[in-house]
Write a protein that binds this ligand. Structure first.
Ligand code: PMP
Length: 490
């Protein structure tokens, strides 16, 4: 059946794709694209598995709040599953993970409780346990929960075997966060594709599995302390500051055949190469896994087939070092392109606009309506619903705690009989200004967005409000900061 019962049916069955343009000679390189999951990462699999296992064994009750510590992707996956199944979700996350992740989770309806970066992964896990205990919530425990490796043993690994055939794959390359991916996949591959070598990739400055240091565990299976080999690294989602129970099992069972240490620069270069040369938009750990696969390829026998797991999409890294070199403004090259033809340029004024049609005459009814409105309300903003200047003034009013009436002249409510147009004509006659927005304070015309920002910056607006016994809250020092960049006066 082609029609899915719910979004949850779109989790898993991700494509394995051949690398064509950046594969070294002599080997066959493939990637498994987990960005194809609805939440854009491999962690959707675990989210669904953990919730459904808990539903089956009764540890999660209908409507009960779910909580988990996550570097983001598990939280996004859980948010999708919880949204569909109707569970409230709270996530704890170290403040150092990208802000996109927080916003994505909140957009999906989750609450995000940040923990200090200095407390690293162990801090966010501790906080999740504490909150779960205090409030009686269901803790997903991705670092210990057997449902995590299990789903990879049952789905990810079987998808790989279905694509390559038993013993059809020579190397499986993956990093680890919880170790769910590498733990579960290695279990099934060992049993059903025993010739496949399992390669664990780690940040070169923070090798935990390869260090040989034995992780201590508490009675509940959680890591007892921070691993001494841990150093902050750029691969968000890989190698927390401890080896999880799940990762440790794969290690002590001898299911890791070799380690690969990856430099941060190589991870980011590979992510960029995958985007620019293969058209695959993936994150930093994907780039890192690919870098490890290239390293494996250097010593692999001729004709070897190598598969790299690509855990997530690149979209959640816009604020991270991955995008540090990606400019917002036009580069010199782009400027040169702009200048290579005459139209729509920034460096020469646009051809003069066609003369405006004569302004329509204001009718007495609309004039009366404006005069009544501005007299009856302390602060009135005549606006267009989605105009950027209007939004900027609204944001400033909101930040300063100024209550105002917004008359949105192009909104559906003002369309009948061109009420919006007639009021606009009246405004023009009253203020002499043809532009929108126009702001009135205590019945007096203050001006448009620029005059309003200037009055805010100079303190005039505060005085005008104070005369009407309206207090202004402390907000941004420069009101022009509320404008989007492209509207800043040049
Ligand atoms: N990459 C990213 C971006 C992740 O979020 C995670 C999970 N935290 C991983 C890799 C590692 O996956 P796993 O937890 O299954 O080891």
């Amino acid at each position: 059946m082609a029609i899915k019962t719910s979004i949850l049916d779109t989790i898993g069955n991700t494509p394995v794709i051949r690398i064509n343009n950046i594969a070294p000679e002599g080997v066959e390189l493939f990637v498994k694209l987990e960005a194809a999951n609805p939440g854009g990462s491999v962690k959707d699999r675990l989210a669904l598995a953990v919730i459904e296992a808990a539903e089956r064994d009764g540890s999660l009750k209908p409507g009960q709040t779910v909580i988990e510590a996550t570097s983001g992707n598990t939280g996004i996956g859980l948010a999708i599953v919880c949204a569909q199944k109707g569970y409230p979700l709270v996530v704890t996350m170290a403040e150092s993970f990208s802000v996109e992740r927080r916003k994505l989770m909140r957009f999906l309806g989750a609450k995000v409780v940040l923990t200090p970066a200095s407390e690293k992964g162990t801090g966010m896990v501790r906080k999740a346990c504490e909150l779960a205990k205090a409030h009686g919530w269901f803790l997903a425990r991705q670092f210990e929960n057997p449902a995590n490796p299990e789903i990879h043993a049952e789905t990810t690994a079987r998808e790989i075997i279905a694509d390559f055939g038993p013993d059809g794959l020579d190397y499986f390359v993956s990093g680890f966060g919880t170790g769910g991916t590498i733990g579960g996949v290695s279990r099934t591959l060992r049993a059903e594709s025993p010739s496949t070598r399992i390669v664990a990739a780690e940040p070169d400055n923070s090798p935990l599995l390869a260090s040989g240091h034995v992780q201590a565990f508490a009675a509940d299976g959680s890591a007892a302390d921070s691993h001494p080999g841990f150093r902050p690294h750029v691969m968000q989602g890989w190698s927390p500051d401890f080896i999880s129970k799940i990762a440790n099992e794969a290690l002590s069972d001898g299911r890791i055949d070799q380690f690969a240490a990856v430099r941060g620069e190589d991870a980011m270069r590979c992510a960029r190469d995958l985007a620019r040369k293969e058209g695959m938009f993936v994150g930093i750990t994907a780039g890192a896994t690919f870098a490890a696969a290239l390293e494996v390829a250097r010593t692999a026998p001729k004709g070897a087939r190598i598969l790299a797991m690509l855990p997530d999409t690149g979209e959640r890294y816009l604020s991270t070092p991955l995008f540090a070199d990606i400019p917002e403004e036009m580069t010199d090259d782009e400027m040169e392109l702009s200048r290579s033809t005459p139209d729509s340029r920034f460096d020469i004024a646009a051809s003069p606009p066609a003369p405006a049609a004569a302004a329509p005459k204001a009718d007495p009814e609309a004039l009366a309506e404006v005069r009544e409105t501005v007299a009856a309300n302390p602060v009135v903003l005549y606006a267009l619903e989605w105009c950027e200047f209007c939004w900027s003034v609204r944001r400033m009013f909101q930040a300063a705690g100024i209550e105002y009436l917004s008359v949105d002249l192009d909104s559906a409510a003002y369309r009948d009989g061109d009420r919006g147009g007639r009021i606009r004509a009246a405004l023009r006659e009253i203020t002499g200004a043809p532009t929108i927005p126009q702001v009135f304070v205590g019945g007096a015309h203050l001006g448009g967005a620029t005059e309003t920002f200037d009055a805010y910056n100079s303190g005039v607006l505060a005085e005008m409000l104070e005369q009407r016994s309206i207090q202004m809250a402390a907000a941004a020092e420069n009101a022009y900061g509320y404008l989007p960049n492209w509207l800043h006066p040049r």
